[in-house]
Design a protein around this ligand. Structure first.
Ligand code: T3D
Length: 260
């Protein structure tokens, strides 16, 4: 029987599919543990140079499984639910030294939208539905969404999205800068897979450093960022992939990057 996560190794990258379609891929503790393990494994495996995250069935993810026991009442500790599950997940995505592509079709609600915003390159179906569902159940946006909404869409949009909780389409999410692009819904998976094929052939060390440098830019000042770029470029300038890139350019041929 298929588990809550489908894992497929492709040519140089790995596809992870949330697989609880009867609950719109809402997360319980078991899915959290399985996905985090799979991401960590992808991070360690040199045969995996990019990760694609998507959902089985008619939607991407409806966030927290609200049927899990212990989520309401005076004994409930949603802070612990976040620390053990969602916060660990979005940190793992952001710390993974490899690009994480996300393909969103159908609904991305609550923390399901938050994880789409935490991935490196998110493609959405034009008719996907992103919903900050939190306010409708008496919570704040979480799993990093107060931060990602503010940084990706800007404070004015973040406030209205978070306070009203109205769903927006994939096209609107792209126009607001919450995702990279919106594409017709029958093309979203094919386009996301093509992106992973491309990423798997790019220089892995430079991709990892790019991800780290852009994350650092979110809190660094300009001077600190210049220093970080110089330090990273010094290291990359001695790499085999860089030597190959320059040689391929000079010889007018396609580069073959080995990830070193
Ligand atoms: O622990 C904590 O709470 C802290 C962490 C919070 C993080 C969060 O993510 S909070 C936000 C949680 N998510 C939501 O509030 C969304 C709840 N779902 C919905 O509002 C709607 O399902 C959708 C707008 C996402 C989709 O609507 P629709 O009409 O397309 O589908 P549906 O019929 O509502 O859902 C299909 C089935 O999935 C249904 O089951 P059934 O009736 O066929 O047996 C529904 O109950 C189930 N489902 C959908 N979302 C969840 C869920 N089951 C458990 N948890 C869910 N989040």
């Amino acid at each position: 029987e298929a588990g809550p996560l489908l894992v497929e190794q492709r040519q140089g990258w790995r596809k992870l599919t949330l697989n609880r379609p009867q609950k719109l891929n809402a997360f319980d503790a078991a899915l959290h543990a399985t996905l985090c393990d799979a991401l960590e494994d992808a991070g360690r495996d040199p045969a995996c140079r990019a990760v694609l995250l998507s959902g089985a069935g008619r939607g991407f993810c409806a966030g927290q499984d609200l049927a899990e026991p212990g989520l309401t009442g005076q004994e409930a500790d949603l802070g612990a639910v976040l620390d053990r599950g969602w916060n660990r997940l979005v940190r793992t995505i952001r710390d993974l030294p490899k690009p994480v592509v996300c393909a969103v079709h159908g609904v991305a609600a609550g923390a399901g939208a938050s994880i789409a915003f935490a991935c490196d390159i998110t493609l959405a179906a034009e008719d996907a539905r992103f919903a900050q569902a939190f306010i409708r159940i008496g919570l704040i946006p979480d799993s990093g969404a107060t931060w990602t909404l503010t940084h990706l869409a800007g404070p004015a949009r973040a406030r209205a999205l978070a306070m009203l909780g109205d769903p927006i389409s994939g096209s609107e999410a792209a126009a607001m800068g919450l995702v990279w692009r919106a594409v017709p819904s029958d093309a979203v998976m094919g386009e996301a897979e093509k992106l992973c094929d491309r990423l798997a052939r790019l220089p892995a060390g430079a991709l990892a450093a790019t991800k780290r440098a852009l994350a650092a830019a979110e809190s660094n000042g300009f001077d600190a960022q210049l220093a970080l770029e110089a330090q990273m470029q010094r290291e990359l300038g001695r790499s085999a992939d860089y030597a190959e890139g320059v040689a391929a350019f000079q010889q007018k041929r396609a580069a073959r990057f080995e990830g070193a």
